[in-house]
Design a protein around this ligand. Sequence first.
Ligand code: SF4
Length: 242
Amino acid sequence: MSRPLGLLADVVPFSWVDGPGNRCAVFLQGCNLDCLACHNPHTMPRQTARAREVTVEELLDEVRPLAPYLSGVTVSGGEATLQAEFVAAWFAALRDDPATARLTRFIDSNGCADSATWDLLLPLTDGVMLDLKALDVETHEALTHRSNAPVLMSLRRLVHERKLAEVRLLVVPGYNDDEDTLRDTGEYLADNAPGVPVRVIGFRAHGVRAAARQIHEPTAEERASYGEWVGAAVGRQLVTLV
Ligand code: SF4
C-alpha cells in the first residue's frame, strides 16, 4: 500500500519552544485559518514553490540521526492536522523504528480538526498544544475568519482523552487583551481544562503581514497583567508568559 506524501514548509532539527524538552519541529505547509496576527504567513497557502514534498521514509531518515539528542518530535504548521494521513503514517513509523521509538510525538494545532481526524491521530500522539485564538466567537472570527466552535470541540475531546498538553493564548491588543476577556478565558479553561498548562503569548509584530503591523506590541508590564488575569483562575503556576 502506498504511503501518503507530506508537504513541508520547514524542519527545525532542534527546538526548545515546540513542546517539552529538545524537539525536532516539522512545519507542514497549508493552513485552514487566516489569522491576522500569523507569524508564519508563508505556511498558509497549500500551493507554493517554497514547500518540499517528502515521503514518510525520507522524513524518518532525517530524524533517525538526531534521535539520540531529542526528547521528541512536534508537527506544526501551517496546520498539521490538514495532513493527518501523512502525520499518522509518520508517527507510526517513528513508533515502530527502534532508533526513534522512545521519542514522544506531539502536535501543535489550531484546533480546527474534526472528530474523524482526531480518531486517526490521537492513538499515535502523546500530546497536543492547542491554540485558542479567542473564546468569544465574534472576536475569533475577526482574528481568524472562522468560528471557534471546532476549536472548543477539540479542546473538550483532548481533555477527555488526556492528550491536551498545553493551551496557547495569543493576546492581540485591541482584540482580546482586556481584563474581562482574559479573566473569562482563564475561568473557562479552569472549568474545562483543569490542570492544563497555559502559555500566554503577547503579540509581536515581527514576521506578520502588513495588515497587522500597526497593532500595538504590549509592554512587559502589559504582558505581566495578561499572565496575572489568566492565572487568577487557572493558577499562576500553570501559566507561562511569553
Ligand atoms: S493557525 Fe497558525 S499558521 Fe494558521 S494562519 Fe493562524 S497563526 Fe498562521
